[in-house]
Ligand binder design. Structure first.
Ligand SMILES: Nc1ncnc2c1ncn2[C@@H]1O[C@H](COP(=O)(O)OP(=O)(O)OP(=O)(O)O)[C@@H](O)[C@H]1O
Ligand SMILES: [Mg+2]
Length: 400
């Protein structure tokens, strides 16, 4: 038809998503600037502090304005019109060229609307049921360093709960940063629901992902629990009329619906982490990553958060990755990834992984409490194995 490669709906969608992301960044830095100014008004910070946030805001604004300028859609329309004007009505491909011209007009109109709406409505769909596919992922922090992640390949279907374990420095956090797009792999490829991750679509792919970090205090922005959950929704420009339902539903999932008007800083560690989970859930990510989300909590907080994770697993609505040093937690997982020196050295069900206790010890991992008790009983000649939790173990002991 023509040498020129005409744009498609998918190009317009990519443009919308990129603009949406730049707008998110702009809103976020605007909010941070307001917070910095109010701190300055209370004399909690100096002028330089505010200046820094002003600079972030200016930069975000500049990037957004540059992102709006895109003459590809105009060029596309120009080329389509040129082709249309050059064709005779009796030509065999007239219909195709006319249609192409119509599409180009529609895309140009769509582009102008996208700028007006600041990229709202861009979408990326799940192309298959494989939540995450890593192929030969390698990563090193510096040229002359060893690989922090060394040739990891794995395929995880949607709805699974995966625990990632490994000794300190085995590459777990590096791997999670690669998955969420903070670090770019030195080698290998990543697909999220069939979408191959590239430099230009990583910000869009991030919409599939939510993450809950270790430190509950670093994750708050709002002055009440409600504001905090609302923050991410505002950035996604969810219709205000729908927001309340989403917030209440997310809070219910973590049993925090009665705390919506409380101040986040007054909550216990476990409650804070539950709010952080609600904030992530409100954005409906398909994949949720917990990077040692329970490690800074007291025993009560730990068990509250673990309980929420188990409840999320039961719904099978999310794919969950939980990086943990808590060997008892792995019993909740469908599958366990064992990392050692950057390599994925084992992958299997908790039972399979725990059946080789000597292997776990050889890579400096503890075995769960339940398995330790079973082992001690086996050494005494008692035939007890495969308990998935403490209750099961107690039942088995009582039946002897
Ligand atoms: N920012 C960095 N710069 C250089 N090397 C790093 C950096 N972060 C991690 N490393 C190195 O990469 C390797 C993997 O570290 P990583 O933090 O991924 O391990 P981890 O399994 O998450 O450990 P932990 O259980 O202690 O959190 C280690 O050798 C670590 O020293
Ligand atoms: Mg780590």
């Amino acid at each position: 038809m023509s040498e020129y490669k005409f744009l498609t709906e998918s190009d317009l969608n990519d443009f919308k998503l990129k603009l949406n992301d730049l707008n998110d960044n702009l809103t976020r830095s605007g909010k941070k600037l307001i917070i910095a100014k109010s701190k300055f008004a209370k004399r909690e910070v100096n002028k330089d502090f505010v200046k820094e946030y002003e600079n972030y805001y200016k930069e975000a604004k500049k990037q957004f304005n540059e992102g709006c300028k895109n003459d590809l859609f105009q060029q596309n329309l120009y080329e389509a019109k040129k082709l249309y004007n050059s064709v005779n009505k009796n030509d065999s491909n007239f219909k195709e060229i006319l249609n192409n011209y119509k599409v180009a007009k529609k895309l140009y109109k769509g582009y102008k609307e996208a700028v007006k709406e600041r990229g709202f409505g861009g979408e990326l769909s799940a192309l298959n049921n494989v939540a995450l596919k890593l192929q030969n992922i390698k990563f090193k922090y510096r040229e002359n360093h060893p690989f922090a992640v060394d040739d990891v390949s794995i395929e995880i279907e949607h709805g699974n709960y995966i625990a990632i374990i490994g000794h300190n420095g085995s590459g777990k956090s590096t791997l999670s940063k690669i998955i969420i797009g903070v670090l770019e792999p030195t080698q290998g490829s990543i697909e999220v629901y069939g979408n191959k991750v590239t430099k230009s679509n990583i910000n869009i792919i991030r919409k599939f992902l939510g993450i809950v970090f270790q430190n509950p205090d670093n994750q708050f922005i709002g002055s009440t629990v409600r504001d905090d959950i609302a923050f991410g929704l505002e950035n996604r420009r969810i219709e205000p009329s729908k927001m309340n339902d989403i917030i209440v539903n997310a809070a219910k999932k973590v049993n925090m619906e009665n705390f919506l008007d409380h101040e986040p800083l007054m909550l216990s560690g476990g409650q804070k982490q539950r709010v952080a989970i609600a904030s992530a859930l409100a954005l409906s990510p398909n994949i949720l990553i917990f990077d040692e989300a329970t490690s800074m909590l007291d025993p009560k907080g730990k068990s509250e958060v673990k309980q929420i994770m188990v409840e999320l697993k039961k719904t099978r609505e999310k794919t969950i990755f939980s990086i943990t040093h808590d060997m008892d937690e792995i019993l909740n997982a469908d599958k366990v990834m064992v990392m050692n020196k950057g390599k994925l050295v084992s992958f299997g069900t908790p039972k399979e992984i725990l059946s080789d206790k000597n292997f776990l010890r050889s890579i400096h991992l503890d075995i769960p409490f339940v398995a330790q008790v079973e082992e001690a009983l086996q050494n005494l000649g008692l035939d007890i194995s495969g308990s998935e939790n403490l209750d099961e173990l107690v039942d088995k002991i009582c039946q002897i």
